[in-house]
Design a binder for this molecule. Structure first.
Ligand code: 13P
Length: 246
């Protein structure tokens, strides 16, 4: 099964109008590596401007509400992201789960809402350091995946990102064997749940991916790309990661 590599930047709460030239430069890098699918999930305030500057990259949001509209001050619906120019959305990022108390059921609802609005979805899972140290990382992540993956999920519109919480923004990454073990366990769970389509679904690795480690991470079996935080903010650091996936 050949799965097209997917490399996505998550800008988190970073980026103002002044950073649009980075979107354009990353978009140009994406256009020069058409074998890789490249995206940038920018703050919602930048989506419409980034969509103008995106070149060969897609633009995504970082979260959406499960409902289409209503009395939810400060929230954004998937339709709103779509109308602004997003074509993808991240759901279930560990920072949303931790800072906003999002449950697996919330994440599944958000994924369905994004799909209903016509967005593609990156659904995040990952264990804390405490769980990693307890030796329970694989069963924990598989339980999170089982409960967060919505009914009707399909490879055509949904990808998984495995992001160990202890590797996000820390400069630490798991060993290649730990990444391989988790990705192969996720692959087996996806095939069990979705049949053949589980083999087509992309599984990204995220957490301290950088220009120095990307090539090695991307050669691990069942790693179909990366979800990149800090290193995605500038073309100097993100460009080599895109190139490493090509
Ligand atoms: P870093 O690449 O900064 O560790 O962030 C990873 C992440 O959380 C991407 O969603």
């Amino acid at each position: 099964m050949v799965r097209r590599k997917l490399v996505v930047g998550n800008w988190k709460m970073n980026g103002l109008r002044a950073h649009l030239p980075q979107v354009a430069a990353i978009g140009a890098e994406a256009a020069s590596h058409p074998q890789v699918e490249v995206g940038l999930c920018v703050p919602a305030t930048l989506i419409s401007m980034a969509a103008e500057a995106r070149g060969g990259a897609f633009i995504g949001g970082q979260d959406c509400h499960a409902k289409t509209s209503g009395a939810h001050t400060g929230c954004l619906s998937a339709q709103m992201l779509k109308e602004a120019g997003a074509t993808w959305a991240i759901v279930g990022h560990s920072e949303r789960r931790a800072d906003h108390g999002e449950t697996d059921a919330d994440v599944a609802s958000k994924a369905l809402a994004a799909h209903a609005a016509g967005l593609k979805v990156i659904l995040c899972v990952g264990e804390s350091l405490e769980i990693r140290d307890s030796g329970e990382a694989v069963p924990f992540v598989l339980a999170q995946l089982e409960a967060s993956l919505p009914e009707g999920a399909a490879a055509e519109w949904l990808s998984i990102a495995y992001e160990p919480v202890w590797c996000i923004g820390t400069g630490r990454i798991p060993t290649m064997d730990q990444i391989a073990e988790m990705h192969s366990a996720i692959r087996a769970a996806l095939i069990k749940r979705l049949g053949k389509d589980g083999n087509a679904m992309r599984i990204l690795y995220g957490g301290s991916v950088n220009a120095a480690n990307a090539a090695e991470v991307f050669t691990v079996a069942d790693v179909d790309g990366g979800l990149v935080g800090g290193a995605s903010l500038k073309v100097e650091s993100f460009g080599p990661i895109i190139a490493a996936a090509a």
